[in-house]
Unconditional design. Sequence first.
Length: 449
Amino acid sequence: QPANLQPLIAELTGLEIITDSTQITKLSQDYYTFSPILQPLLSDKRGALVVRPMSEAEVIQVAAACVKYKLPLTVRGAGTGNYGQCVPLQGGVILDLSRMQAVKWVKPGLACVEPGVKLAALDKQTRSSGWEVRMLPSTYRTATIGGFIGGGSGGIGSITYGQIRDRGNLLAVRVVTMEDTPRVIELRGDDVYKVAHAYGTNGIITELEIPLAPAYAWAEAIVAFPDFMTAARFGQAFSDSDGIIKKLVCICADPIPTYFAAFRNVIPAGSHCALVMVAESALEPFAELVKAYNGTVCLQKSAQEASKGTTLVEYSWNHTTLHARSVDPSLTYLQTIFPLDKEMKLVEHMYQHFGDEVMMHLEFIRIGGAAVPAALQIVRYTTPERLADIIHYHEANGAFIANPHTYVLEDGGMKTVDLEQLRFKEMVDPYGLLNPGKMRGWEERAENL
Ligand code: FAD
């Protein structure tokens, strides 16, 4: 360990510090490996040491020490992000918040939590009083709420509640600053978006207040269809069925189902399928909708059965990509939002245009009050140029791409510099020590401010 870390370590006496090289390497990585573009850029990046605080007071202690020695600090939850969000580009301290797991209180429709609580644990706890987490990433078993707010976008539940960025899906945060004397700031209302989805460049979140939804018993089903567009139209119709309570509407084109080892004997060969979560109380009307689209239910589980064995959650969203890559590691993916169009003409065009090179995987989400098909298509990767062509072709035809092949905040889904976030960073992180290299607006701030 480099000699210049000794004074820092001395200052952090009493805190859990990891200096073991193998552990540091592991805790410097995330799931950027899904991207063949990011792999060579990030594989050798690592922090100098890891600190695991137990409380906000300890976080302040680490922040103050990093400011004193002008060391970069990169916050980490569970490290399940996909774009190298928590990979330290310039070394320094990795602040692992996974031990700050307290659920401070649960009230009807609201919870106050520490950032390191795992989403599955939180969901389990709120359920005991009749509430559930509104939306979960498919990594909910391991991912933390702080990491979801810091780097995620939405997931299972977004068909009803929209995405994290929609007003109302995050109520308040407490953040520790990186000023000469670190402070704790509470943000409420629209101000929460100064730090949400900022990759930890804007302050260290130490507490969050999040809204909850009434808890349902979620049945799971796989419905097979002989052609893709019927499956897609079923997905749209199901999403638009306001009377049927649902949490997941995932549509996978053939051959994606062949990557699901657990369902190989369940989903008929050559079928396109819908993976759904529907309230148990709504199974009857759901069956009518399936009939109207000539679908075949090839698997159905009660909520209790689903909670025990394999859950479809872990086949949806980016877990679909995970399963495909476990069969063929050369596969990668795209993130797309298709325009609102009940006929899904652009979805159909892309499906036909690219064929098996871009395998269609739709995730319906609610945007501005309407259900639209988002997509995490699985791509047969050949070259960086071809991947760029595929992205440009989508954009030129009116699809929105949130590029998963960049670690730069603005180049993913945001596209432009968020001036509110940039101004907030100027205040709370004047030395630019938080996750340096991730926010383009900061790197080029002379032009932006
Ligand atoms: P990390 O990866 O540790 O951190 C994410 C970012 O947040 C980093 O930039 C980090 O610096 C920052 N951060 C972490 N904690 C804090 C804090 N306390 N204060 C400030 N900044 C912080 N994402 C989705 O949105 N939806 C999905 O359905 C989804 N599915 C996925 C499936 C797979 C197979 C994989 C590999 C990833 C998926 N993801 C998904 C991405 C990721 O799993 C989620 O966004 C997850 O919520 C991240 O949580 P984490 O604790 O692992 O965060």
